[in-house]
Design a protein. Structure first.
Ligand SMILES: [Zn+2]
Ligand SMILES: [Zn+2]
Length: 312
């Protein structure tokens, strides 16, 4: 039997009253199951944090001692319990360490996807598909008009640019995926990395997911020749808005983050409309509960087949 109140939303975030834990809480709590290390999912100062080892490493890099009072680390597919609920972390394919959270209680399966991605990505484990009774999915891009282009086609746009490139991207996850894509599909380009991205790369390497070849940015380097791609976090990207002699590009699935339409690099680490439908087809849920973005189009699309509840 599906319990309508198995996951409820309160001021701290998504709460499971049967296990006494939160999923990616927005404020610090006693028991936090953290799907992945992006800042909107992993806040500091939780007491007990249940996550994968890479997620704990990224959180510790960002928050130091405030990352958690106590980490409880699990591999994918390893089962553990909190309260009355049995939990299993399942690879989400979104970034290194990213997990879906499978929760089983009284014979019913609830799967929280966190952020997830179907597109191939050599810098993290691929998504694993599982069956579930309730699919709790993000709907960041749950719009039939959103179909992410092929990331290889997108990255190959860099080959047509004959000047040095300033490439803005989130430091965690996206940057490493970009380094790997540039190494693979733009072999003549040399990647320079902003110093803020360097420690993230080192964690990737420690866990056996080397992004590829890159070197730390140095002021003189870009004067020498024209095949450099200088990868910088969003804040630095914005502050270089007057930069001359370089082409500025921002890599994101979000149309509104692009400097302009001609300079768009649409590389997303989220599922698009078709990916969500593919996931639902495989998971065969009896109910879909939606989070982030807007679940209304999904609700309309599945009307009559699968009950859809908008959690937030
Ligand atoms: Zn994320
Ligand atoms: Zn997110």
């Amino acid at each position: 039997m599906i319990l309508a109140d198995f996951i409820v939303v309160n001021d701290n975030g998504l709460y499971c009253p049967y296990g006494g834990f939160y999923l990616d809480p927005k404020l610090p709590v006693q028991h936090a199951v953290i799907s992945h290390a992006h800042g909107d999912h992993a806040v500091s100062a939780n007491t007990n944090v249940y996550c994968t080892e890479p997620t704990s490493a990224f959180m510790t890099l960002r928050y130091g001692k405030l990352a958690a009072k106590q980490f409880h680390l699990y591999c994918f597919r390893q089962t553990f319990t909190i309260g009355q609920v049995q939990l299993t972390l399942i690879s989400a394919g979104h970034m290194l360490g990213s997990a879906q959270v499978l929760m089983e209680y009284q014979g019913t399966r609830y799967l929280y996807t966190g952020d997830y991605k179907v597109q191939p990505d050599a810098t993290c484990d691929p998504i694993e598909w599982v069956k579930t009774d309730v699919l709790i999915t993000e709907t960041t891009f749950a719009d039939p008009k959103t179909q992410h282009p092929d990331p290889v086609t997108e990255i190959k746009k860099l080959n047509d640019i004959k000047s040095n490139i300033l490439l803005g991207a989130y430091a965690l996850g996206k940057s490493q995926r970009l380094i790997n894509l540039i190494n693979t599909h733009c072999p003549q380009k040399k990647v320079l990395v902003h110093h803020r991205i360097m420690p993230v790369n080192l964690i990737y390497e420690r866990f056996g997911f080397s992004p590829g070849n890159y070197q730390m940015y140095g002021r003189k380097l870009m004067k020498e020749q024209k095949e450099y791609v200088y990868l910088v976090p969003p804040f630095t990207f914005e502050s270089y808005f007057k930069a001359t002699g370089v082409k500025r590009l921002f890599a994101s699935g979000w149309k509104n983050l692009q400097a302009n339409q001609n300079d768009a690099l649409f590389i997303s680490d989220h599922v698009d409309w078709n990916d969500i439908l593919q996931c639902i087809k495989f998971a065969e849920p009896k109910q879909v509960w939606t989070l982030h973005g807007d679940g209304r189009q999904l609700k309309a699309h599945l009307d009559g087949d699968i009950e859809v509840k908008l959690l937030g």
